[in-house]
Design a protein around this ligand. Structure first.
Ligand SMILES: *Cc1c(COP(=O)(O)O)cnc(C)c1O
Length: 495
């Protein structure tokens, strides 16, 4: 048995009797574990410490991460996570605070959450904020439940439909149906904007039953919706409310405020916009913000000042308040507090310079877009926000090459693939988001590699079909993996 770096990875390194930890002799009396709580055959791996260390360090070296390379995964915003935010989140006063501690011993944590609420509100132009939801999708769910409750509260029970553009992230229609509402899908026009005629027609046809509309700004196609004000007006005119999916705030924060566009409610993805490592699929934080109209329905409890400071040197007293007609609690305790700390640290660092973060994100995306658009098919040849979409195929020049082949080949060059096959309405979509944190050198290198791959697609297509060539596991059967989900590592034992 050897896990040298030159050999294929061996997962099963357990050997009977081998030991990694030597427990000290107990200094308290031993007690029998009740039979009902006891299991035989626990099947713990038996391995020495050094084997465990090597196994995991080796696995970590096989992993691509933002700390070792470019990671242009569109829609996910894999921006660099400033290390100072991680250091702050690990301060014992934050990291070791227990969720069951009362207000008496957690005023510092509450003050941080209160400040974060205030800052998020200022950036978006909304006064009312709940930082409880644990992901973007969770924030969406909160917002749509709030819209539904708002209509029900007014005795308007017929409003059960939500307009959703066909470019939307899958969580938008999923949220709508989880909230018990019905999706009306709106087509996009050839420029990537919502088809205004179709929107007006839908508003007319369903005018008494529209609860609201969910829209991402800029859209997941990477373009800023040119008619956003007309859209907001059309939906408001028939009594619907406007929900902004704020996942793409990286393209607008500090420059425009969603509230000023006329939105009623929105969410942030703190892990995308204000940093937190989320490459493994979590954790997330999706604060929901709204105007006066929807404030009574916010999920809670929410941190509030319960007693004003008596003078300047004094701090106010923070406590919890439940909004009057709240949709209720969405998460145990107070949401993902560690992420609140990171987002607080991020905003405290950039503060009034948030617009500059945005401008670099938009500049970087457009720089790469313009360099690639004559070599890859660009379905929307216009200014993009913080990300842009290309079609990863050349039906005439390189038949048989798909977006997936390009992505797998990128791995050979040490680059994480962009998002594939999303948005769904672009054939062979490659959604590329460089983020504001990449240097011109990195962007130039990415462009150079993308151009090389475009050439390889024509001159040596098998190089793409057989990629990746440099990873221990080559192409995996993604359909099988999704259908026969195995969520933990189990040894395959002989019969
Ligand atoms: C990421 C994303 C979401 C979902 O956010 P999660 O935090 O992953 O739940 C929703 N909409 C858009 C446009 C996104 O990019």
């Amino acid at each position: 048995m050897s896990n040298s770096r030159l050999e294929p990875l061996i997962f099963e390194i357990s050997r009977p009797g081998r030991q990694g930890v030597r427990m000290p002799a107990p200094d308290v009396p031993t007690t029998e574990i009740p039979a009902t709580l006891r299991r035989d055959n626990l099947d713990f791996p038996e391995v020495a410490e050094i084997d465990v260390v090597r196994h995991f360090v080796r696995l970590s070296q096989l992993n691509h991460g933002i700390d070792i390379g470019f990671y242009p995964l569109g829609s996910c915003t894999m921006k660099y996570n400033p290390k100072v935010n991680e250091a702050v989140a690990r301060l014992p006063g934050y990291a070791a605070v227990h969720p069951l501690q009362g207000e008496g011993t957690t005023q510092g944590a509450l003050a941080l959450m209160y400040m974060l609420q205030t800052w998020l509100g200022e950036v978006a132009g909304f006064e009312h904020v709940s930082i409880q939801p644990a992901a973007g999708a969770h924030g969406e769910f909160a917002g749509i439940l709030m819209i539904r409750k708002y209509h029900l509260d007014r005795g308007d029970e017929k409003r059960t439909k939500i307009l959703v553009p066909d470019s939307a992230h899958g969580t938008n229609p999923a949220t709508t149906s989880m909230a018990g509402l019905e999706v009306i899908e709106l087509p996009s026009d050839e420029k990537g904007d919502v088809d205004l005629d179709a929107l007006r027609k839908a508003c007319e046809e369903h005018k008494d039953t529209i609860a609201g509309m969910m829209i991402t700004v800029p859209s997941t196609l990477g373009v800023f919706e040119e008619h956003i004000l007309e859209i907001v007006e059309a939906v408001h005119n028939v009594g619907g409310l406007m929900y902004m999916d704020g996942a793409n705030l990286n393209a607008v924060m500090g420059v425009i405020k969603p509230a000023e566009l006329g939105f009623d409610v929105m969410h942030y993805n703190l892990h995308k916009t204000f940093s937190t490592p989320h490459g493994g699929g979590g954790p997330g934080s999706g604060p929901v913000l709204c105007n006066e109209k929807l404030a009574p329905f916010l999920p809670g409890p929410i941190v509030a000042i319960v007693e004003e400071a008596v003078d300047e040197d004094d701090a106010p007293l923070y406590g919890w308040e439940m909004p009057e007609k709240s949709i209720g609690r969405l998460k145990a305790f107070h949401g993902n507090f560690g992420m609140h700390v990171r987002a607080y640290a991020y905003i405290a660092t950039y503060g009034t310079d948030l617009a500059e973060v945005t401008r670099y994100a938009v500049l970087n995306a457009n720089y790469v877009r313009v360099k690639l658009k004559d070599h890859y098919h660009a379905p929307f040849d216009r200014m993009c926000g913080h990300e842009f979409v290309l079609e990863g195929h050349w039906p005439e020049k390189a038949p048989g090459i798909h977006a997936l082949d390009i992505s797998k080949r990128l791995m050979d060059y040490g680059i994480h693939p962009p998002t594939n096959y999303f948005p769904l309405i672009v054939p062979e979509a490659l959604l590329i988001e460089p983020t504001e944190t990449e240097s011109k050198e990195t962007l130039d290198e990415f462009v150079e590699i993308m151009l090389k791959i475009a050439e390889e697609a024509q001159t040596n297509p098998d190089l793409l079909h057989d990629a990746p060539h440099t990873t221990p596991v080559r192409r995996v059967d993604e359909v099988k993996a999704a259908k026969e989900l195995v969520l933990c590592c189990r040894p395959i034992l002989p019969e």
